[in-house]
Structure formats: structure tokens, C-alpha cells
Design a protein. Structure first.
Lengths: 59, 772
């Protein structure tokens, strides 16, 4: 017998909860970008990815 | 005739020629001068010059001081002028200090970390907590005190002006940077933390717990990172002990069950003790030391030999499984502890590093496997652990090639790093590391500390070119772009200025050493008091530490080789082979100067590729103000780390590695090369491993692969999240329905505190345990 009636389609969780983003800054991992100082935030933003295809493959 | 001068606050005061004479005399005295009459004579010339310049207008204090400098230089007293300028700068700073420090305190008190760069200077300290703020009050106050009253004005000026950066100045008068803790030695016979004595640990759980306590205790004595260089070898002893206990328990159980042995536990214990007393043997994981045969003989007297063998097999198999599980739990607890235990008034976790990968004993392998699996699993809710920094030692013959004893663990290390960013990889085959290596002796395996520090050579005692108990004493970095801007494309002039800068840094490091050397053993109850630092066990509490500190390194660092080359030639070393050549000449020259100084003095001067936390913005801010925006040099908010190719520059991973590798050979005080991978490397382990192997082949000493690691705390997904979570489909800040979470199998145990997510069914299902 069910005593409480609720619709699980309507119960929302996670509102206001952000994603965690771990990054490495000067060797240490840091949980959120907020704790970086300004210069480090800029450095992280500027990073470009390094391709792993060899120069031969690119030709 | 000058009667009055205008003070800085606008008030006028009577002019006194004698004050000028006194100031000049003071400056001359520093250089050994004792001619007050000449000082008076010069002071008079200053007055004449002022009258000529300003006529009837009352001069300001600044103008008077300018006139003194001018007169001194005009009269050929340029060295006295230099002293006078320093004296003047010092006075200005003393005047400004109080207001400046109080302004900093005000900002620390009333601004959030979000708005305050000082609070975010070190990303691992939470500047918004009371203890974090208190730490900052102390640190900022100590820095100002040091600049003002401790440092020679020449060093202080160079630091404040941004020619050099004296790292960790808040600890200048207090301690040294870091140490590589030999836990095998530390645990033998137990140790004292300063708050109580801890007995020699008896199983892997307590080995792991004590490992954390050792790191925490030492972190109270030093300001830098704490490293365990022989994590696998050290923890393996705990595994040996746990296995022995569990074997005894299981053998007793089997004997009782299968043979109806009475008092089985007592009987088995007695038998095992007797065997150990008489033969020195005890059961081990490898099962190859003759213990089993010895035990079979004795069990055979109590029961049917076939049954005895059966019991032995059961005991070994069960003990091995339980030991494995116990080791995993111990490693899980260690990672958890190192992420939550506090040092420094509770505002920060210790900066911990552990090195492992080369112990090929079954126990060592069990430690390596389980520390990796615990890291892969993540913290309680699947979060990526921030500490410790893991360094996997790659070595040919041990773990690099198929068929080598720890090759499976190298593969596992790649898999874990591709998911969790750790371990990093150190390469013992790089010639500059290999030269110290002796097979089977972890004390000869180069280890890395924290973000990159490396200590190995030892001119102070060439018979001790070893890892354990040594560390960096202090380091100071040179602003390379500044020198290049000042040299204005003249490479010879650049080297000339660099030479002077190096002289200054060498002297400053030595001055700091003198302060460090005068400290006593009792100032460092753990580091020195427990004999962690090399040879400190030969000292008593009131001895000075200077002599043993000589095993440590005095290190010069550098920032912004890329911007330096850009300023000198128009191209950085990623863009032009010529620039690469010049870059190697510059860093090679810096290293040569360190080596020469080491030979000359018997101190371990070394060169480090500076990690730039807190510094990367400071230098460029000052240079931007001084020289304006120079494209490719001062046009960003940071200077590039050490010898790195700029992060914004498009380059193939393998090219980057090959260009940076030669700098590793030159930077004997530490180095690291990073590669940024796109996408989720867990899904492309071949590419990940290819990058690591390329580092090894190129002669890199220490390297690491960066990739984004995001996590949705609601559904537990760990990987890359752009805007929308690939598992549950929510955007940042959005809610998701319980029904939906249930449908995708990511909902467990909802309550208001935990958002509902515990553990990750998808990851757990994917995990493949390695065989030991
Ligand atoms: Zn999600």
C-alpha cells in the first residue's frame, strides 16, 4: 500500500548545482576555476590542444 | 638662497644643508668611506645646483634627492650615488609600508576571493575561510617585514621592481622548501610526530595512515611540497605484514574446519613462531622462500599430509585475496586523507607527492596496482582527487616494454592518468637521470617533488648523490622577458645583463642560506628532530642545521623564455629553429653559471624551470606598466612558464615534446613538459600512451598530459561536459527529474544533502581489475 503519492517525473534535483571542472595549474590540480588568480585564468583560457597525429599523417 | 623645502605631505619645513651631508656620508660609509668633509663639500654643491635649477621656488624633497644623485654622479661618485639611491628607495618603502600593508589587510578583510587576486594567489588555499584569511594576514605581513628589514636593499629592490622574484618570501627567515621523505627508514622502529610517539606500523592500513601523518608532520616544518620518493618500496613492508597475519588466520581456519584441529589459532601461531625462530622463514606472497616446505613437514606431523597441503593452498589463496582487498582499502583511505587532512592552521591540505612504479616484488606491485585503482575510483562520490601528486617512474627493463615485470602497471598508470590527470610520468632512462641509477636501489632513482622539483647531484658530498632526505632550500626566479626588452634586440647586451642578474641571484640565495643555516634542530621537530633530513640524525636539538642543509639545493629559476626570445628575435622557439638555438644557449648559460658556482663553493646550486603560480601575472603586469604593450611579449596577462612553448601556440604534441626535451637536460633543479589533449583520452588510450612514450624517447625527465576532467555531481558523470551533461542531459544549474535519473540508472538514495548520487554504476561496471 502506498501512503504518499508523488510523481517522480516532477521531482527535480540538481537545480542551482554547477559542474565541477578540474584543471592542472602549475602542477597542482584545482577543483574549480574560481580559485585561480587572474593571470592563471587567462592562461587556462588561452590553452590550445596539441594534435597527436604525426606530421607524416597530416600530409 | 634656499630657506625652506616642501615635504611630501605639502607642509614646508626649514632647509638644512647638514641633513644632506649626513645622508651622503651614510651612503659613502657603506662603501668604506670616512671623509665627512667631502660629504659637506658635496652637500654644498647640491645646494648650488638647486639654486641654479629652481631659483626662488621652494624645492620638494624629491627634487632635493634628485639633485643629490645628480651631483654625486657629476663628481664621479657613482658608487656612492648608487648606495644613496638604494638608501632613498629604502626610506620611501619604509614610509609606504604601513599604509600599503594596512590596505592589503583591509582588502583581505572586506573583499571576497572572487574580487581579490591576493586571496587567490595560491589556488589550493581557500582565501574566504577565517583560517585562510589569517594565513594571508601572516603571509603578507611577513613579506613586507622581509622586504623592509631583512633583505639587503639591492635584493629587495630587484624583487619589488620585478627583475627577480624571491619565492616564498613569507618564509624567508623561517624554513626551507621541501624534502624527500624516506618512509622505510622513518617507520623502522616507529617515530615521534612532536605530539606523541607512534610505534612501527603492523599492517598496510597503519602504514598508509602513518604515511599521511609523516607528510602532514613534515609540512609543518617546511613551506613547500612533501614527497615520498619510495612509496611502493615503503608500503610493501605493510603488505608483507598484512599477508603474514592473514595467512595465519586462514591456515588456522582451514585446519580447524578440515582437520578438526583444536585451539587452531594458538597451535598455528605457535608453529609459525617456532619456524621463524628456528629458520627465519615466514609465509610470503611469492611463496618461494622455502617456508611452505618447512611448514608442510610440521603440519604433516599433526595431520594427513595431503590435507595439510590442501590447508596450505587455501590459506595462501585466501590470504592473497584478502591482502589485496585490504591494500585497496588502505590506499583508498590514504588518498582520502591526503585530500582532507589539514595543515597550516586548517586552511590548506599538505602538498603531497608520491613516487612509485619500479618495485617488482609482489607486495610492491600490489601497492602500485591498488594506489592506481583507488585513484581511478575517485573519492567518496567519484570526485577526482586533487592530492597526492602521483609520479609513475618509467624505466626500461622494469615497466616500459611488453614482457617486463611491471609493464601491466605502466599500462594501468596510463589508463588512470587518462581519466584522473594523475599519475604524471618520470623517466629514469633520460641520460641525466640514468647516470645515478643503480638497479634495485630506490635511493638512486631520481624522484620529483610537487610540481617539478628535482634534487640529485651533490657537490657537497659526492658520495651521497642520492634521493632520500634531501630537498630544495630556496629558489629565486629571473624575469627573462624584462632583460630581453631592455637589451633591445642586442643579444650580447642581453647576456651581459643576464650575467649580472645571475650574480645577484647567487648572492641572494647565499644570504638566505646564512639565515636558514643558523636555525637549530629543535626549530624543526620532525624534519630534523626525527632524522628525516639527511644526516640530521647525527645532530642534537641545540645544534645548528647549516652543515646538514648543505645537502640541499640553492636554486635559480626563470620565467618566460618564449617571450624573451620573441623580444630578442621576433620569434619564440616554437616558431623558429634559430630561436630554439638561442633559447638553448640562454638556458645552457644559466646552467653553466650554476655549475661553476657549485664547483667554486661546494654548495649545490641548480637551475629550475620555475612553476609560475603567483608569479606569471606579476612580472608581466610590471613590465606592461614600464614598457607598454609589446606584441608577443607583454600583450597577455601572463608570461609563459619557464621553457614552455606558449600555451596559445598551435603545435603538434610530438613536436612540442621534442622542442622542450633538451631543456630538461639543462634544468637539473626540476622541469616538466605538458601536452594538452583534446577530447577524452580514456577513449583513446593508444594516443595517450604514444604521447608518454614520445616523452621517454625524446629525453624528457618529467612529463604530464592535460585534458579536461569535468564532473556532474548530480548524475556522477566524469569526463568532458561542454554545455550539456552527456549522461543526464541537464545544463549547468538545471534540475533533472528523479524518474529520468532512475531510467538511466544514475539515481540512488536521494536525500536533501547529497543530491542523490552515490557511486557510479557505469564506471564500476567498466572497471577491469589487473592481475597481480
Ligand atoms: Zn549529468
Amino acid at each position: 500500500m502506498q501512503t504518499t503519492q508523488y510523481n517522480e517525473e516532477e521531482i527535480m534535483i540538481g537545480e542551482g548545482v554547477g559542474f565541477e571542472r578540474i584543471r592542472r595549474i602549475t602542477g597542482y590540480l584545482v577543483g574549480t576555476l574560481d580559485r585561480f588568480n587572474n593571470a592563471k585564468r587567462a592562461e587556462e583560457r588561452d590553452r590550445v590542444k596539441h594534435s597527436v597525429t604525426s606530421p607524416m599523417e597530416r600530409i | 638662497m634656499i630657506r625652506q623645502i616642501v615635504k611630501r605631505d605639502g607642509r614646508t619645513v626649514p632647509f638644512d644643508e647638514k641633513k644632506i651631508a649626513d645622508a651622503i656620508f651614510k651612503a659613502a660609509k657603506v662603501l668604506g668611506g670616512d671623509n665627512y668633509e667631502m660629504a659637506q663639500d658635496l652637500a654644498h654643491q647640491v645646494v648650488l645646483y638647486l639654486e641654479q635649477q629652481y631659483g626662488e621656488v621652494e624645492p620638494t624633497v624629491e627634487q632635493v634627492q634628485d639633485a643629490v644623485e645628480h651631483t654625486l654622479i657629476e663628481n664621479g661618485h657613482s658608487r656612492t650615488a648608487k648606495e644613496y639611491i638604494l638608501y632613498r628607495a629604502q626610506r620611501t618603502r619604509v614610509r609606504e609600508m604601513n599604509t600599503k600593508l594596512m590596505k592589503i589587510y583591509e582588502d583581505l578583510t572586506f573583499q571576497d576571493a572572487e574580487d581579490n587576486d591576493v586571496k587567490r594567489e595560491n589556488a589550493n588555499i581557500d582565501g574566504d575561510t577565517p583560517m585562510g584569511t589569517m594565513l594571508k594576514y601572516g603571509s603578507e605581513g611577513a613579506k613586507q617585514f622581509c622586504e623592509m628589514y631583512i633583505l639587503d636593499p639591492a635584493y629587495s629592490k630587484a624583487h619589488i621592481d620585478g627583475d627577480i622574484h624571491i619565492h616564498d618570501m613569507d618564509f624567508y627567515t623561517l624554513t626551507t622548501t621541501c624534502c624527500q621523505i624516506d618512509i622505510e627508514k622513518l617507520f623502522r622502529g616507529g617515530f615521534s610526530t612532536g605530539h606523541g610517539f607512534l610505534r612501527e606500523p603492523n599492517d598496510i592500513q597503519s602504514y598508509a595512515a602513518l604515511g599521511c601523518i609523516a607528510i602532514q608532520s613534515n609540512q609543518n616544518d617546511q613551506h613547500g611540497g612533501q614527497s615520498i620518493p619510495n612509496f611502493d618500496y615503503g608500503m610493501a613492508h605493510g603488505v608483507v605484514k598484512t599477508f603474514r597475519k592473514l595467512y595465519r588466520k586462514n591456515l588456522a581456519k582451514a585446519c580447524e574446519l578440515l582437520c578438526g584441529m583444536e585451539n587452531a589459532e594458538e597451535t598455528i601461531k605457535g608453529m609459525m613462531n617456532a619456524i621463524q625462530e628456528e629458520t627465519g622463514l615466514y609465509p610470503i606472497l611469492a611463496d618461494d622462500n622455502g617456508y611452505r616446505e618447512e611448514e608442510a613437514k610440521r603440519l604433516g606431523e599433526m595431520m594427513d599430509p595431503a590435507l595439510a597441503e590442501h590447508c596450505q593452498q587455501f590459506a595462501h589463496k585466501s590470504a592473497a585475496q584478502e591482502t589485496d582487498r585490504s591494500t585497496f582499502q588502505a590506499m583508498e583511505a590514504l588518498v582520502h586523507n591526503l585530500n582532507t587532512m589539514h595543515s597550516r592552521a586548517g586552511a590548506q591540505v599538505p602538498f603531497s607527492s608520491i613516487n612509485y612504479g619500479t618495485d617488482t616484488s609482489p607486495e610492491g606491485r600490489m601497492v602500485i596496482k591498488n594506489i592506481l585503482l583507488a585513484t581511478e575510483a575517485g573519492l567518496g562520490n567519484g570526485e577526482t582527487a586533487i592530492f597526492p601528486i602521483h609520479i609513475f617512474k618509467v624505466k626500461e627493463g622494469i615497466n616500459y616494454n611488453e614482457g617486463e615485470p611491471n609493464y601491466d602497471l605502466f599500462k594501468l598508470a596510463c589508463r588512470v592518468s587518462a581519466k584522473r590527470l594523475f599519475p604524471n610520468f618520470s623517466f629514469l632512462d633520460a641520460p641525466f637521470n640514468l647516470q645515478y641509477y643503480k638497479p634495485g636501489d630506490p635511493n638512486t632513482e631520481v624522484a620529483y617533488m610537487g610540481c617539478r622539483t628535482r634534487v640529485m647531484a651533490n657537490v657537497h658530498d659526492p658520495s651521497r648523490e642520492t634521493t632520500f632526505g634531501r630537498g630544495n632550500l630556496s629558489f629565486t626566479s629571473v624575469n627573462l622577458p624584462r632583460l630581453a626588452i631592455k637589451a633591445n634586440h642586442d643579444v650580447d647586451l642581453f647576456f651581459e645583463m643576464l650575467d649580472h642578474e645571475i650574480d645577484l641571484v647567487i648572492d641572494q640565495l647565499m644570504a638566505r642560506f646564512r639565515l636558514q643555516a643558523s636555525k637549530k634542530v629543535r626549530n624543526y621537530p620532525f624534519l630534523m628532530g626525527q632524522g628525516v633530513w639527511l644526516d640530521s640524525d647525527k645532530l642534537s636539538p641545540d645544534d645548528e642545521v647549516g652543515e646538514v642543509l648543505k645537502h640541499g639545493t640553492l636554486t635559480m629559476g626563470f620565467i618566460g623564455l618564449a617571450e624573451c626570445l620573441k623580444a630578442l628575435t621576433g620569434y619564440h622557439h616554437g616558431e623558429s629553429a634559430e630561436s630554439q638555438k638561442l633559447g638553448l644557449e640562454i638556458i645552457g648559460y644559466m646552467r653553466k653559471r650554476m655549475d661553476e658556482e657549485s664547483q667554486k663553493t661546494g654548495f649545490n646550486y641548480s637551475l629550475i624551470a620555475t612553476p609560475a603560480e603567483g608569479l606569471s601575472g606579476r612580472f608581466v603586469r610590471i613590465d606592461k606598466k614600464r614598457y607598454g604593450i609589446i606584441p608577443g611579449v607583454t600583450d597577455r596577462e601572463y608570461y609563459t612558464n619557464s621553457f614552455h612553448i606558449p600555451v596559445y601556440y598551435e603545435i603538434n604534441a610530438f613536436d612540442k615534446i621534442r622542442l622542450e626535451a633538451p631543456y630538461h637536460a639543462l634544468t637539473n633543479g626540476g622541469h616538466i613538459t605538458y601536452v594538452e589533449l583534446d577530447g577524452d583520452p580514456s577513449k583513446n588510450l593508444e594516443a595517450f600512451e604514444a604521447v608518454v612514450r614520445c616523452m621517454k624517447e625524446a629525453g624528457v625527465g618529467y612529463g604530464s598530459v592535460n585534458h579536461p576532467v569535468d564532473r556532474d555531481p548530480v548524475c556522477g558523470y566524469t569526463g568532458i561536459i561542454d554545455d550539456v551533461c552527456p549522461r543526464c542531459g541537464r545544463r549547468e544549474g538545471e534540475g533533472v527529474s528523479v524518474a529520468h535519473l532512475k531510467r538511466i540508472g544514475a539515481y540512488k538514495n536521494y536525500n536533501a544533502d547529497t543530491i542523490g548520487y552515490h557511486g557510479d554504476p557505469h564506471e564500476e561496471a567498466d572497471r577491469i581489475p589487473n592481475k597481480v
